[in-house]
Design a protein around this ligand. Structure first.
Ligand SMILES: [Ca+2]
Ligand SMILES: [Ca+2]
Ligand SMILES: [Ca+2]
Ligand SMILES: [Ca+2]
Length: 626
């Protein structure tokens, strides 16, 4: 504390204080005035009445220094005081500049410094703006990236002081690309989050995966900083990140970084709620708590398109808020995340019960995996992957088998139709192996019989089933089944044993259409799609015009309320035209046997076939979509 007698006129005192940067009140008084305040000498409060004194900051004091109290008078005494110590300090206007960017340093040292010395470690800096290492407020550019430690030594009359700020300036340079992932061994379809670890604040990113069979999810993309990625195949994926900032571009490649397995890992924990029993089809498995248990050696068959399948899960230690989730990998891609694969999702409901689900018609045939998880107290039934704090996960196998389509079809052939039923003149001459392995059918089926299953058999037929939204779309590409069968004299199509139901091992997505081929009649396709009754699609082409696509152009009224397939089509293609006569008929006319041009199927090829069957139907064509 500097002090002057307050008895001096205030102007003089204030001038003195201002000249010396003094803000404290002065102390002391002329004799007879009030006692000095806040003055302690040698540990004792000072109660004297000094006159015209100078009190130094270290509280040494000079009495009666002069009269009158003028600046020139006091200066000598003031000079005898120890000057105030300095505290060095500084700041900078940018702590993370780029290389070559100018940073302004500002001296904040106290108590009137008059000299400065700046030191940068490392020393690779350039002073600009006419400043130098001895400027009070230097302007500095940094020549390389990384951390710089800054030291200022400032000096005043009392001596000097240093302030060192370690790694005070971080200089951005060209980015160095790097990254991590939160799961290096995901299952197919499990989401992996990548985290950019590139240095020096990159501003753009480009991720690439090899193989490229990945899907960016949750709104991220190949140019996100932290993309979320699902892997669509098993095996190793190499991951590459190219990061760019204002100073450069860098690429980090991690070879075989992600190893994708067929099914993700999943596990629960703690011996509270657990799966104590699972029943599905032929599976009935009781178990204790094992956090994760692989029961994929247990399998049950489910049919494609099967509806109302019942699954029962029991919880060995029920808490009211337990959750149950069941997933089946219907498309057998190793992931439980596909649409429709979470077949049971029961939340806050004891984690057990009996549930119904449907097997998708397009579930892939063969063995797939079902995952069951019980966990505790969530707002969802859990994730098929990963760990839960409580509960258990169990895996089972499901064998998806094709569903059967059974059809019972009646159709008449114009050629052998006699007004009541069909003649069986060819029964003795029918081949024992299906006759459609030639033009135009090229059907490669191996249907063979030891003997014709009945004397009422008229001929072989070839029966397609097609799966389409409408009959006009039911082209050959929609065919889901084809087999050779026999047609009986009452029009019923029978299998190789003579049973009137044909079974196809396949499944249907849309509508079923049935098309019938015979060697020398025009093929037909069902004009409407039948619905099954007791599991059998019943269809009778003969009962009406609309029963065949094309109506009266698609088939023919051949008797009293009986519709049948056009005859005259010797070569079995889609039209009755001159080639049926000029090639097939002309080659065979006069012969007997199992003949293509014997279109009335009486065992002989002659003028009757040409004149009564071929000629009236000449120009008729098939409505079966190609
Ligand atoms: Ca269990
Ligand atoms: Ca799947
Ligand atoms: Ca023809
Ligand atoms: Ca004939």
């Amino acid at each position: 504390m500097w002090g002057l007698s307050p008895s001096d006129n205030n102007t003089q005192i204030n001038n003195f204080k201002a000249a010396h940067g003094q803000t404290f009140p002065s102390a002391g008084t002329q004799g007879g005035g009030p006692a000095a305040k806040n003055v302690v000498i040698a540990g004792q409060n000072f109660y004297g009445y000094p006159t015209y004194s100078v009190i130094c900051p270290d509280r040494t004091i000079h009495f009666d220094v002069c009269w009158p109290p003028t600046l020139s008078c006091f200066n000598n005494y003031i000079g005898q005081c120890t000057p105030p110590a300095l505290i060095a300090d500084f700041t900078a206007d940018n702590l993370s500049p780029g290389i070559g960017e100018t940073v302004n340093f500002t001296d904040l040292s106290t108590n009137s410094p008059y000299a400065w010395s700046w030191t940068f470690t490392p020393s690779s800096v350039t002073y600009v703006g006419g400043t130098s290492s001895t400027s009070q407020n230097p302007q500095v550019q940094f020549n390389s990236d990384g951390n710089y430690t800054v030291k200022l030594t400032a000096t005043n009359a009392a001596g000097n002081d240093s302030e060192t700020k370690t790694n005070y300036i971080f200089v951005n340079g060209p980015t160095v690309a790097d990254f991590t992932a939160d799961n290096l061994t995901p299952g197919i379809g499990q989401t992996v989050t990548f985290s950019d670890q590139s240095t020096y604040n990159p501003t753009s990113w480009l991720w690439s995966f090899t193989p490229s069979t990945v899907t960016f999810v949750e709104g991220t993309s190949a140019s996100s900083q932290n993309p979320k990625v699902q892997f669509n195949g098993t095996g190793n994926y190499t991951v590459e990140l190219t990061a760019t900032n204002a100073y450069g571009t860098d690429t980090e490649t991690k070879s075989n970084y992600i190893n994708v397995s067929l099914y993700c890992n999943a596990i629960g924990a703690f011996n509270f709620m657990y799966i104590s029993n699972v029943q599905l089809g032929s599976i009935d498995n009781s178990s204790g708590q094992s956090y994760y248990a692989d029961y994929t050696y247990l399998s049950t068959d489910l049919e494609q398109g099967q509806t109302g399948v019942e699954i029962t899960v029991e919880n060995g230690h029920v808490y009211g808020n337990d959750d149950l989730g069941v997933w089946v990998d219907w498309n057998q891609n190793g992931s439980f995340y596909d649409a429709g694969e979470n077949i049971v999702c029961d939340v806050n409901n004891g984690g057990q019960g009996i549930f119904l689900f449907d097997v998708p018609a397009d579930a892939i045939e063969g063995t797939t995996v079902m995952r069951v998880r019980i966990k505790y107290n969530g707002s969802d039934c859990g994730d098929p992957c990963g760990s839960a704090t409580y509960g258990e996960v169990e895996d089972y196998s499901i064998n998806i088998v094709a569903s059967d389509i059974k059809i019972d079809v009646t159709v008449f052939l114009e050629g052998p139709f006699n007004g009541f039923n069909m003649n069986t003149s060819l029964n003795n001459t029918l081949p024992l192996t299906q006759p459609f392995n030639t033009s135009p059918w090229y059907y490669t089926g191996t249907e063979t019989v030891a003997s014709i299953p009945g004397t009422d058999i008229v001929d072989w037929v070839l029966v397609d089933i097609r799966d389409a939204l409408s009959v006009d779309q039911a082209n050959a590409a929609t065919r889901i089944g084809r087999q050779a069968a026999f047609i009986r004299n009452d029009g019923r199509i029978v299998d190789l044993e003579g049973n009137p139901i044909l079974t196809y091992t396949t499944s249907l997505s849309d509508n079923l259409y049935i098309s019938i081929y015979q060697r020398n009649h025009i093929p037909v396709i069902s004009g409407i799609s039948p619905t099954p009754s007791d599991g059998v699609y019943l269809y009778n082409f003969s009962t009406g015009e609309g029963q065949a696509f094309g109506n009266a152009d698609g088939h023919k009224l051949i008797g009293q309320n009986v519709w049948g397939m056009f005859s005259g089509n010797s070569n079995g293609d889609n039209i009755v035209d001159d080639s049926d006569k000029n090639i097939n008929w002309l080659n065979e006319v006069g012969l007997s046997g199992y003949l293509s041009s014997d279109v009335n199927m009486d065992g002989q090829s002659n003028n009757q076939d040409k004149n009564e069957s071929w000629l009236p139907n000449r120009g008729k064509g098939s409505y079966v979509p190609d």
